[in-house]
Design a protein around this ligand. Structure first.
Ligand SMILES: [Zn+2]
Length: 123
């Protein structure tokens, strides 16, 4: 396998990157686009709901799949593919954009922030 080349897409000025090598190793060819969709979604949702730049506006979840839908549409997925991805997210406990980060993503800044605040409160 060659270098861990990164796929990077710029959506509204925000870089979304995934590592194709990771995807190849962890998925069969048939579902690799869904693994990619999953990664793009989580990274982009995290960028919006919990931005690293203090100056960027934090998006508040409307408890819908609005951000997920827009993200996937911008990444080139069609309506049917988007509803497939959303169905998988919802089956895994992600019933809206923020729940995808809390319940589906293995790791996200939004989730870390939540747990850090819980720890701070209990001390
Ligand atoms: Zn939500």
């Amino acid at each position: 396998m060659t270098d861990r080349a990164q796929y990077t897409a710029i959506t509204r000025g925000i870089a979304v990157s995934v590592e194709p090598t990771y995807l190849e190793a962890n998925s069969s060819p048939g579902n690799s686009q869904y693994v990619w969709a999953y990664q793009v979604t989580i990274e982009r949702l995290d960028d919006q709901l919990c931005p690293t730049e203090p100056s960027s506006q934090r998006v508040i979840c409307k408890h819908s799949y609005e951000l997920t839908t827009v993200t996937l549409a911008e990444a080139g997925f069609d309506d049917e593919e988007i509803s497939d991805v959303i169905r998988v997210m919802s089956r895994n406990g992600g019933h809206c954009d923020c729940e995808i980060l809390y319940n589906v993503a293995e790791e996200s800044r939004l989730k870390s922030r939540y747990w850090n605040s819980r720890v701070a409160k209990s001390e």
